[in-house]
Design a binder for this molecule. Structure first.
Ligand code: DLL
Length: 445
C-alpha cells in the first residue's frame, strides 16, 4: 500500500499539494483508491466477500464515487461477530500493533495495524497537529490514556513524527501533570476536554496560573464537547483549544482535525478517508449541511479496511472553502452519538446540549452529570451540577440557582428536568473520557 505523505525523515508541516488539492483532484484520487480498497477487502476478507455477494455488487461495479451507495454498510457488530481478527485483510505476521476498545457490554472491538498503517496514522496525526498549530520543537504534554485506547499512542507517534518532544503522561495523577507541565514548559496539551478541565481546576487549587505558562494550544477530542466548553478552556488555560476527531475502528485520533485559523469544523483527510452522511433511519445519503450519521470508508489502510463504517456520530459535512486554504471537507462539531441521544418525553437531547447551557452559566462550575431514572412509564432526567468555588453555596442559594438552570434548560433545550446544584467538588471529575450519563432506569428503586 503506497503512502501519500511520505516524509519519514522530515518533520511533517503543511503539504499544500495535498491539503489544498483542488476538489476535482481529491475526487479523482479517492475514486482510484476506493477501487483498490474494495478489491483488497473483497479478495482478502471473507466477511466482505459474503456481504458484497449478498448485496449483488462486486468491486468492478464502482465506476464513480456515488456508486459507493450500492455497497453494504459495516457496523460495530460486524467487528464483534468476527472477534478477534476476522476482519483483518493481511496475515497476522504483517501486524505490528493491536488496539481494542473495552465496550460496555460483550466483546471488545479489536483493531490491527501493519507497519505501513502505523506510518500512515503517524503522518495523519502529525498533519492534524500541524493543522491545529503545533510546530516542530514544541514540548507536547500528552495526557490521553496510553494502553489499548488509541488516544495515547496515536497522539504520541504523531507528535514525534512532527518533531516534538513528547511527554508520555497518560491520564491521572493530576497534580503531577500540572507540576511537569510547569517545569517542562509544555506548549501543547493533548487530552480529552473534560480532563483538561480537571487539570485546569487542580492547577487553580495548587495556585498555578496556567495562563502564565508557555502552554499555547490544546488538542481536545475523544468525546463530545460544546462551544461553551471551548470558551471556558481557552479562558482558563490561556490557549487555543482545537477539536480533533477519530475512532479506533477507522484508525484512531487524526481522522479529522480543526485548523487553528478558523477553529470551525474539522478537516477530514479525504486523501485517506471517504466521508458520507446518511439518515440514520432510512440510511439514505444526505446533502451537505444536513445532519445525520457519519459513515467512513478507509481508502489506504492495509490491515483493517473499513467499508462504509457506520460511526453512529451525528454531524454535518461542508465543502465551503475554509479561511486556512485547506480544501478537504470539514466535519462540523460532532454533537454526540445517536446511541447516546436521550429521548425525554418525546424530546431528543444530546448531553452536549445540556453542557452548552451549564458551562458559563453565572455561578455554576462546568462539571455536570446527567442521571436518568424511570418515573412510572416515563423516563425522567436529572441534572447534577455544582456551584463555582467562592460563590455563596448555602441551601437557599443552591435551590435558587437550580431553579434558574432549570428554566434555562427548558427554554434552550426544551426539556423539563430536575436540577440539583451541589457544593463545589461534588460532581465526579474526569480522568479521560467523561461519563456524562448515569443510567439508573433499570435498577430497582
Ligand atoms: O476516542 C480516538 C481519539 C482519541 C479521538 C483522542 C480524538 C482524540 P474511540 O475510543 O474508538 O477513539 O472512540 C471513538 O469517540 O466515534 C466519537 O463518538 C467520540 N469522539 C472522538 N473524537 C470526538 C470529538 C477515540 N472530537 C468515538 N468530538 C467516536 C466528539 C468524539 N466525539
Amino acid at each position: 500500500m503506497t503512502r501519500a505523505v511520505a516524509h519519514q525523515d522530515q518533520p511533517y508541516m503543511f503539504d499544500r499539494r495535498v491539503e489544498c488539492m483542488p476538489r476535482a483532484e481529491i475526487a479523482a484520487l479517492q475514486l482510484e483508491r476506493l477501487k483498490k480498497i474494495l478489491a483488497h477487502a473483497y479478495a482478502r476478507v471473507p466477511h466482505y466477500r459474503r456481504k458484497f455477494d449478498e448485496a449483488g455488487v462486486s468491486p468492478e461495479d464502482l465506476r464513480s464515487l456515488a456508486d459507493i451507495e450500492r455497497f453494504p454498510f459495516t457496523m460495530k457488530t460486524d467487528l464483534r461477530d468476527n472477534y478477534p481478527f476476522g476482519l483483518f485483510a493481511v496475515p497476522m505476521d504483517d501486524l505490528i500493533r493491536l488496539h481494542a476498545s473495552s465496550g460496555t457490554t460483550g466483546r471488545p472491538t479489536v483493531v490491527g495495524y501493519t507497519r505501513s498503517d502505523i506510518d500512515l496514522w503517524s503522518d495523519l496525526m502529525a498533519r492534524s497537529m500541524a493543522c491545529a498549530g503545533v510546530r516542530p520543537g514544541d514540548i507536547v504534554h500528552n495526557a490521553y490514556g496510553y494502553g489499548l485506547f488509541t488516544g495515547g499512542l496515536g497522539a504520541h507517534y504523531g507528535s514525534e513524527r512532527l518533531g516534538c518532544a513528547t511527554v508520555p503522561m497518560s491520564g491521572g495523577a493530576t497534580e503531577r501533570q500540572v507540576q511537569l507541565m510547569q517545569d517542562f514548559g509544555a506548549k501543547v496539551l493533548c487530552s480529552t476536554p473534560s480532563y483538561a478541565l480537571n487539570i485546569a481546576e487542580v492547577a487553580e487549587s495548587m495556585g498555578v496560573d496556567v495562563r502564565k505558562l508557555p502552554l499555547r494550544c490544546g488538542l481536545f477530542g475523544a468525546e463530545p464537547w460544546s462551544e461553551a466548553m471551548r470558551r471556558d478552556l481557552q479562558d482558563r488555560l490561556g490557549i487555543q483549544a482545537v477539536d480533533i476527531y477519530g475512532l479506533s475502528e477507522i484508525m484512531g485520533p487524526g481522522v479529522a482535525c480543526e485548523c487553528n485559523v478558523a477553529q470551525n469544523g474539522l478537516h477530514g483527510w479525504e486523501d485517506h478517508f471517504l466521508f458520507e452522511v446518511v439518515d440514520p433511519n432510512t440510511l439514505k445519503p444526505l446533502a451537505e449541511g444536513e445532519a445525520g450519521e457519519l459513515v467512513i470508508t478507509t481508502l489506504t489502510k492495509a490491515a483493517l479496511p473499513m467499508i462504509r463504517y457506520r460511526t453512529r456520530d451525528i454531524t454535518t459535512l461542508t465543502s465551503e472553502p475554509c479561511s486556512c486554504g485547506r480544501t478537504h471537507r470539514r466535519i462540523m462539531r460532532v454533537t454526540g452519538r445517536d446511541d447516546d441521544m436521550l429521548i425525554i418525553r418525546g424530546v431528543n437531547v444530546f448531553p452536549s446540549q445540556i453542557e452548552a447551557v451549564l458551562v458559563g452559566f453565572p455561578g455554576i462550575a462546568p462539571h455536570y452529570q446527567i442521571i436518568l431514572t424511570r418515573e412510572g412509564p416515563l423516563d425522567a432526567i436529572a441534572v447534577e451540577a455544582e456551584m463555582l468555588p467562592g460563590v455563596p453555596a448555602d441551601d437557599d442559594a443552591r435551590k435558587k440557582k437550580a431553579s434558574e438552570v432549570r428554566h434555562h434548560l427548558k427554554s434552550m433545550v426544551g426539556v423539563t428536568c430536575t436540577v440539583m446544584v451541589q457544593q463545589p467538588g461534588a460532581v465526579p471529575r474526569s480522568q479521560g473520557k467523561a461519563v456524562r450519563v448515569k443510567d439508573l432506569r433499570n435498577t430497582a428503586p
